[in-house]
Design a protein. Structure first.
Length: 277
């Protein structure tokens, strides 16, 4: 529990502007990826990692050993750390011959019935690296949902980035008030940067509070990973409602924003004790 010297927008910039630094240049992690089928699934990632994590390089070291099994498991479900992605990508760039060993499925979002949406099949090297620059190939793989980050992964890895957590803790959004941010904020005048915006199935962070508009409204920036990947939504109108939500907390809602926040509806706001900017 300590002061943060980073705001969430700075972590968004690390991920997407200009992106994560690889041996081929920066690659933007501008993709939402979630294991949950209702949120699109992770079929491309599963197709890739199930074989490639075990392929050995010239020194007899496989990706699983190089990066760590639990780190890959997290990347597979959209909760990988930024440093993990860099290690994976640099391993791929150093061992491009290994990308010719297995075929993968390039998949879109899971269909509404939960089935796979297979858009193509082939070997990674042939689909991507033989057709474009290394950097462009990795970026295209991000777009094709081999790599990405969900809302839980974004918030957890921001907490690691800023030093609040020393390791990953997997917490479902609805359990944030119980396990992570236990102080309920029920007055819009009390909202601060680094407060947690908690829906039943989504979590985001207040990045900045610009001004109070009136007794029930404020203008804020917020950061999250949702449809479109990690993002900062600027000049969002935050409105206090009269309703009660998760764990009895005051419900808020949002309007406007640039770009428009993908997740709307009612949510509660919580603060982690001793965590401030």
């Amino acid at each position: 529990m300590a002061e943060s010297f980073f705001l969430p927008y700075e972590y968004v910039d690390r991920l997407i502007n200009p992106g994560l630094q690889t041996s081929a240049g920066p690659v933007r992690l501008n993709q939402y990826l979630c294991k949950d089928r209702g949120n699109g699934g992770n079929d491309s990632a599963t197709s890739f990692f199930k074989n490639f994590r075990w392929v050995k390089d010239a020194d007899g070291i496989n990706l699983n050993q190089h990066v760590g099994g639990s780190a890959i498991d997290l990347a597979l479900k959209g909760q990988g750390n930024d440093k993990t992605f860099v290690k994976i990508w640099n391993f791929m760039l150093k061992n491009k011959d290994l990308l010719d060993k297995y075929k993968v499925e390039v998949c879109g979002r899971a269909n509404k019935d939960g089935s796979k949406d297979v858009e193509g099949k082939g070997k990674i090297k042939q689909i991507y690296f033989d057709k474009m620059s290394d950097r462009a190939a990795l970026q295209e793989m991000v777009q094709d949902r081999f790599f990405g980050m969900d809302c839980i992964g974004f918030v957890a890895n921001f907490l690691i980035h800023t030093g609040e957590w020393d390791k990953y803790h997997g917490v479902a959004p609805k359990n944030y008030p119980k396990h992570v941010a236990k102080i309920n904020i029920d007055d819009i005048k009390e909202v601060r940067p680094l407060d947690f915006m908690v829906w039943n199935g989504h979590v985001a962070l207040v990045d900045w509070v610009w001004k109070l508009i009136d007794d029930k409204s404020a203008q804020i920036d917020m950061c999250q990973s949702s449809s479109g990947g990690p993002q900062c939504n600027e000049y969002v109108t935050l409105k206090e409602t009269g309703g009660k939500g998760l764990n009895g907390g005051r419900e808020f809602t949002i309007l406007g924003g640039t770009p428009s926040p993908p997740v709307r509806g009612h949510f509660t706001i919580w603060r982690k004790e001793g965590f401030w900017y």
